[in-house]
Design a protein around this ligand. Structure first.
Ligand SMILES: [Zn+2]
Length: 229
């Protein structure tokens, strides 16, 4: 039996972990091998994937000082990817200023379109698929002179500004909500997974990316609609 080391402590007692003590904690609670990397990457506070039977966890290093309630939520998320994470989200909100340092504040954001509200879609997707861990900003892109050339790029994610831009050609009545949601989800996956550099090559849509993309609940509808567009 794994001894539950945090819930024996008074709730909200904060204590400092090291990378190795956290990893050991996750391994005990999840009963599986874990590889943990603490990052300074505020574009994604928490992400996890499985490779060769090992759960690879990337967690922002702010979380080395965290109370047991937040850690319990992280464990639940790692188990099911479906956990509601109110304390985790509150922790991020409480540290917003520390996390926002990198974000340029001159990006002008317009999430509310004529027909589709990107913020609403983003928040739903973030809660459902990412445990609220994606911190990127989301905005409709501006139509520009280059718009005609760029029409085929429906969305983009800038790592530098941690901003998702969605092509305004999608803000039309005939475009189904699930399709816009799918494009937002795709870009959020970029924010969450980063650019993996497998064998030195830049891989934007890794096999892991494609696997996660298919987890979208309206994936089949989205693909069908895209073909008929
Ligand atoms: Zn992409």
């Amino acid at each position: 039996m794994n001894k539950d080391i945090t819930t024996n402590l008074p709730l909200n007692l904060r204590f400092e972990h090291s990378e190795s003590s956290l990893r050991q904690f996750f391994e005990e609670r999840l009963a599986r091998p874990v590889s943990l990397v603490l990052t300074g990457n505020s574009t994604s506070m928490l992400s996890a994937r499985i490779r060769d039977g090992i759960l690879l966890v990337r967690l922002h290093r702010l979380f080395v000082v965290v109370d047991s309630g937040v850690l319990d939520e992280i464990v639940e998320f790692l188990k099911s990817r479906r956990a509601a994470m109110p304390r985790f989200r509150k922790f991020i909100r409480d540290h917003r200023e520390e996390l926002a340092k990198k974000r340029p504040n001159r990006v002008f954001l317009v999430a509310q379109g004529k027909f589709h509200d990107l913020r609403e879609l983003y928040d739903e997707i973030n809660a459902r698929y990412f445990g609220g861990a994606v911190t990127a900003a989301v905005t409709w892109g501006t139509s520009s002179a280059r718009g005609a050339v760029r029409k085929r790029t429906l969305g983009s994610y800038s790592e530098r500004s941690n901003t998702i831009r969605i092509n305004p050609v999608l803000d039309r009545r005939p475009v189904p909500r699930y399709y816009v949601a799918f494009v937002v989800y795709h870009e959020m996956l970029h924010a969450a997974l980063g650019i993996s550099r497998a064998s030195g090559r830049r891989s934007v849509h890794s096999p892991e990316f494609r696997r996660r993309e298919k987890l979208f609940h309206d994936y089949d509808n989205a693909v069908v609609w895209e073909r008929g567009r």
